[in-house]
Design a protein around this ligand. Sequence first.
Ligand SMILES: [Zn+2]
Ligand SMILES: [Zn+2]
Length: 285
Amino acid sequence: MQTLIDYFSTMPSFHRSILLVGGILFFWIIEGFQPLFRFKGHNKWKHALTNIFFTLTTAVVNLSLAFVMVKLSDWTVVHHFGYMQWMSEFPLPIVLITGLALMDLISAYSIHYLNHKVKWFWLFHLIHHTDTHVDTTTANRHHPGESFLRLFATTIGVFLMGAPIWMIFLYQSLSVILSQFNHANIVLPKKVDKILSWVIVTPNMHHVHHHFQQPLTDTNYGNIFSIWDRIFGTYAEADNSKLVYGVDTHMEPMENSRVANLLKIPFQEYRDIKEINKKEEVSNT
Ligand SMILES: [Zn+2]
Ligand SMILES: [Zn+2]
């Protein structure tokens, strides 16, 4: 375990890049063998380019503010502040597992839940959901505005958890890989997915979150661990072969596949699906 801590304490930045790029490549290859959906007429490369653009903007936001996280982490260690510092007398595996789970709650589940409940958060988070061909490249398709919000949530997590540097790198590495895994357009054997979903967020579980209509969109907010959805009653299952990806308010390909249009979405008027349906009903009568 000490070796693990030593490695993540000084994890070279090129190892983090390898993890990000290698992960996408790995799941991209697996998707070729056993995809959940074989999308008709879909240009996988063009789709990937849009998502890679947003992956790069996310990386830029994260890198430009990484120093804040490092400073904050140092401060918590020096001042013995936060969960992991207060728990330092307990066995390391317990502190590590509970620390990762709590970090996941504060830095991922909570902000994801808010992204769906607060209107202007949703306008940024929409970009992630507008993808109608979810695959491993969707993992980091976030509007730069959302990337800031997520980074802010991670910073709060680091502060409250009193997370040392190794914990931040370990958490972020797991988060990157798990996210690529649970977005991947793959099918695991049903039983395997079911068993895994008691611990981690599986592809079946996260794909449900990408269904284009409520109430499924507002379920399965988890990032690494599935426990928070189970505890807070947001866990849901569905027949995954019948899922339709996207958001019902933004199903127009021009809107949901072009970078320039996607960047503008948060600054456009909020669309209420109930209002849209009502207008359609009136115009049909
Ligand atoms: Zn979401
Ligand atoms: Zn997603």
